[in-house]
Design a binder for this molecule. Structure first.
Ligand code: ZN
Length: 405
């Protein structure tokens, strides 16, 4: 038998070990009985923790809990006598010690506000960033993980990145598989399918089903806000562009929302309180979602203040949750104040997407649009596709970890 050293002599208590609550550690036990070794799935639920989930003994990083610290698990029904212990990895303890050091609840926004990986920008900020990093070359993107990581990092920080010299071979051969699908799968990403198809064409056509397929000026917007879960990342590959006009425009909506909050907090508040309706009622589809233009304190948002923005005037339907004259007037004024900021000339980054250019952007952050063009002056043909933001973040996390080694 080991001689038991009193916890207090080790600088620990029954409730707190290594600066971490003993119950939290029991819940997070990484042993093969608590986390399945091959599936890596948790076998005990937080609700199964009992009052005995305190520390009975500690030796270095090894913690033993009181008998019956969990009532049941996915592999054993009765654990009432189980004296459970586990030796934690010191890096695991160090990583989570910090979480408890502040003592603040994350729902109070303390963690959400700090260390946002996003760098909010005006047009000139983005232009400066782009001239420093220069666009990624297609050959490098598909052959080098370092180039891919750089693209993903730019997508996370600025929500917008360009790739140059992308082949346009399929432009004249509709039977050829789109280059865009090949690029996306070479990036290790999965295309998000929808009723628009795995990839879709942006060309001006007669009787278009979507405003994007006309030659009209297409104001700043986000795509697919009438979906329950809109795709986070959009790709647009320019195959042909010989028309007069039709420049592509991009704007950081987080920057604009942050400016609105600083300049007109009451309008900002209105946009967080009165939801807007988005719909797609055409071509055999009937889809609808209500969304607040701005939300805050979403712990899953990487943006400052846990912000999210949903803005897409061309896809708005009749407002359904604005029910008084007063609310309607407040919404109009608040939207006008937001749009006044969007219209400032230093906000919009404008670029002519020559054939062979590919733009990748965060659809739920960076607003995109297109200036009007003269359809008779030439041809304009872009190929588009979406991937989920999850797919982008997954690739970014794994590549960052692997390339650091
Ligand atoms: Zn365990």
């Amino acid at each position: 038998m080991h001689r038991i050293t009193p916890l207090r002599a080790l600088g620990q208590t029954r409730r707190r070990v290594h600066g971490i609550p003993a119950g939290w550690l029991r819940d997070a036990c990484q042993c093969p009985q608590c986390v399945h070794p091959s599936t890596r799935q948790k076998l005990i639920s937080t609700g199964s923790l009992t009052a005995a989930a305190h520390a009975a003994r500690v030796e270095g990083c090894k913690v033993e809990w009181g008998p019956g610290s969990v009532s049941h698990s996915a592999v054993a029904a009765d654990l009432s006598k189980d004296r459970h212990s586990h030796e934690f990895d010191v890096r695991f303890l160090d990583k989570y010690k910090g979480v408890f050091a502040s003592g603040e609840r994350s729902s109070e926004g303390a963690q959400v506000k700090q260390n946002s990986p996003h760098k909010l920008w005006r047009a000139s900020d983005f232009a400066a960033h782009r001239s420093k990093h220069s666009d990624i070359d297609y050959r490098q993107l598909v052959t080098s993980d370092t180039a891919l990581l750089s693209l993903l990092q730019q997508l996370q920080s600025h929500g917008l990145a360009f790739v140059r010299n992308v082949p346009v071979t399929e432009a004249d051969d509709p039977k050829q598989e789109p280059q865009l699908e090949r690029i996306i799968s070479r990036m290790g990403c999965v295309v998000r399918d929808s009723f628009y198809g795995r990839t879709w064409n942006v060309k001006s056509i007669q009787q278009a089903k979507n405003i994007a397929y006309t030659s009209l000026d297409l104001g700043l917007h986000m795509d697919l806000l009438y979906f329950d879960s809109p795709p986070g990342i959009q790709f647009l590959h320019s195959l042909k562009n010989s028309v007069t006009g039709g420049e592509s425009i991009f704007l950081d909506s987080y920057k604009a929302a942050q400016m609105l909050k600083a300049e007109s907090p009451h309008h900002f508040k209105t946009l967080t309180q009165l939801p807007v309706t988005f719909h797609y009622d055409n071509d055999g589809h009937l889809m609808k979602q209500h969304r607040y233009t701005i939300t805050e304190n979403d712990i899953n948002s990487d943006a400052p203040d846990g912000m999210r923005v949903f803005y897409s005037p061309p896809f708005q339907g009749p407002l359904e949750h604005v029910r008084t004259d007063k609310d309607m007037a407040a919404l109009v004024e608040a939207m006008r104040a937001f749009e006044d900021i969007l219209r400032r000339p230093d906000m919009t980054f404008e670029i002519r997407m020559e054939a062979g250019m590919l733009v990748v952007f965060h659809n739920l952050r960076v607003l995109h649009g297109r200036k009007e063009f003269d359809a008779a002056s030439g041809e304009r043909h872009f190929k588009g596709a979406y991937i989920d933001y999850d797919v982008m973040k997954d690739r970014l996390s794994v590549l960052s970890r692997d390339l650091k080694r």
